[in-house]
Design a protein around this ligand. Structure first.
Ligand code: HXC
Length: 510
């Protein structure tokens, strides 16, 4: 008996060593942790239960039968984050560069199937050279099995991808279908084809960092939702994100103890809006002042900064926030902002997370680049996302809500539950100057008359009261009382039940 126990431990030790000490040292030398070290940091202490530690690949070509590493380059299993269950896979770059074989894929599929059955999120720690080249089409089949499961799990359990090394080829498409992608600065890359192939095909000379580093994907492509300094920070931040999310689409988001009075009045908000309507102010200040303990988990912080998206808690419950940011492009909506916010709204709606929308929007960004880029279709994504969302929706208009952008930003007409406005709100078809120049074109050469018309227009329309008279605004509220009003609004909506008509699925303008 003792001999068998010793053999088990010996086999386990071999599996724990992955591709061997020298490759582990090389991984550490790059500032990267090993697959197992990452799981240890991600999960609660001693909570990890591993599956398939001894699973072996079946490839015999290219001398592969001589090269066996128990576990086949991926560590899989389940554990807890602050006591809540999650499934995890962590690719081991020390074994064939974390590349995906048929059996490696089977391991990932097993935990994805279990996550679906048991209703728990899947977190993938990706560090992979893509398809295992020696296996050819068997590896491609393995990828497709994972992709199909990503699709089926979408909207059922949260799926989070952390890119922690060079991820090429198939290794980027599974993350691309998950809810959030995070990267590690300077040590992670994502590309469909690497710099060498790019040079051969297009003659472009580009570094891996330029082509697919964290900066590229968080600032330019928007493929990634955030980037962190190193493995440790990335894994800590994923733990923080999981705390905001429900485990599956049948559960409400978690409610945590809170230490912040829901009735807290913030008098400083009464002076947040500058006297000059063209002067910006930082919308983040409002978010931080109304959130429980000023805790804001921002998503896509470095992309389309004219709109803010992220999670806060109010009375301990998760709320998704979408807010125009007047400090960037005056907070207007453009292609990037619409796509960013639409995806966020749909995530919240899929997982029963109520949405708070803070509005200060002068309209859609005009121009040929926007029109040629299809702002009509992209803007419609946000409109569509708000229109189909059935979760509790509370909207606060702080200043401008002009034109189509007024409609889009969770207006009453898109089934907003509580639509509040500050007294400083201006809800109109467009700004006073633009409106005057159209209506009073004949007076364009008379600055005095134009100034008078503009002042008249402002007096009549640059306020929340006409919209309030029509019932489009439920109440004009004091800025300082926003936290209290919004907390009460969401509290009153906890039993909300709204269903869209049955359909196979919608046809959102992709
Ligand atoms: C098998 C691989 C591998 C792969 C790396 N290795 N990628 N083994 N299949 N795809 C092995 C290497 O042979 C090496 O083994 C070890 O992993 C580390 O690789 P290095 O090249 O030494 O590391 P590094 O210099 O850091 O470069 C990492 C890398 C590079 C950028 C990922 O290895 C690379 O470009 N790999 C190939 C990427 C690729 O073209 N993948 C196929 C994509 S096609 P030893 O024994 O020396 O430790 C694809 C199709 C799916 O994925 C499409 C689905 C839609």
């Amino acid at each position: 008996m003792n001999k068998i126990l010793t053999e088990l431990e010996a086999r386990r030790n071999v599996a724990r060593m992955g591709g061997g000490q020298s490759r582990i040292d090389a991984q550490h030398a790059k500032g990267k942790l090993t697959a197992r070290e990452r799981i240890d940091l991600l999960l609660d202490d001693d909570s990890f239960e591993e599956f398939d530690m001894f699973k072996a690949h079946r490839c015999v070509d290219f001398g592969m039968d001589e090269q066996q590493y128990p576990g086949d380059g991926v560590v899989t299993g389940w554990g807890t984050i602050n006591g809540r269950m999650i499934y995890v896979y962590s690719q081991d770059f020390t074994v064939f560069g974390g590349s995906l074989s048929e059996t490696h894929a089977e391991k990932i599929c097993k935990i994805m199937d279990m996550a679906m059955q048991n209703g728990a999120p899947v977190i993938g720690l990706n560090d992979s050279g893509g398809a295992r080249i020696q296996e050819g089409v068997a590896s491609l089949g393995g990828y497709a099995e994972v992709f199909q499961r990503n699709v089926m799990a979408s909207g059922v359990v949260p799926q989070i991808s952390v890119i922690m090394g060079p991820c090429a080829g198939g290794a980027v498409y599974s993350p691309a279908m998950t809810d959030f992608i995070f990267m590690v600065k300077d040590s992670s890359y994502m590309f469909v084809t690497g710099p060498d192939v790019v040079k051969t095909v297009t003659n472009e000379i580009v570094t891996a960092e330029e082509l697919g580093g964290a900066s590229t994907h968080t600032k330019k492509s928007s493929v990634a939702d955030g980037a962190f300094e190193n493995d440790v920070v990335a894994l800590t931040e994923v733990r923080r994100l999981i705390d905001f999310l429900p485990l599956n689409n049948r559960q409400k988001p978690p409610v945590r103890p809170f230490f912040d009075d829901p009735s807290r009045v913030e008098l400083s908000l009464d002076t947040l809006i500058p006297e000059n309507p063209n002067q910006p102010y930082d919308m983040k200040e409002l978010i931080l002042k109304i959130a429980d303990e000023s805790d804001f988990y921002e998503i896509q912080e470095d992309f389309a900064k004219n709109i803010l998206t992220g999670f806060i808690r109010m009375e301990g419950s998760t709320v998704g926030v979408v807010a125009n940011q007047p400090t960037v492009l005056a907070g207007c909506l453009d292609i990037d902002a619409s796509r960013k916010a639409a995806r966020f709204v749909r995530f919240c709606d899929a997982f029963e997370i109520p949405i708070l929308t803070l509005v200060d929007v002068p309209g859609f960004l005009p121009g040929t680049s926007q029109e040629f880029g299809g702002v009509i279709k992209h803007g419609a994504k946000l409109l569509f996302a708000y229109g189909e969302a059935t979760v509790p929706k509370v909207t606060v208009i702080t200043r401008k809500a002009y034109g189509g952008a007024y409609d889009v930003m969770s207006s009453k007409h898109l089934r907003g539950d509580f639509n509040y406005a500050w007294p400083t709100a201006e809800i109109a078809v467009m700004g006073a100057k633009g409106a005057t120049e159209i209506i009073h074109r004949a007076d364009l050469n008379n600055p005095e008359k134009i100034a008078q018309h503009t002042a008249d227009y402002e007096k009549r329309f640059a306020n929340p009261f006409i919209a309030a008279e029509k019932g489009f605004i439920d109440e004009v509220i004091m800025p300082g009382s926003t936290r209290r009003r919004v907390c009460r609004a969401f509290a009153s909506l906890r039993g909300k039940s709204l269903k869209n008509p049955w359909k196979k699925h919608d046809n959102i303008p992709l």
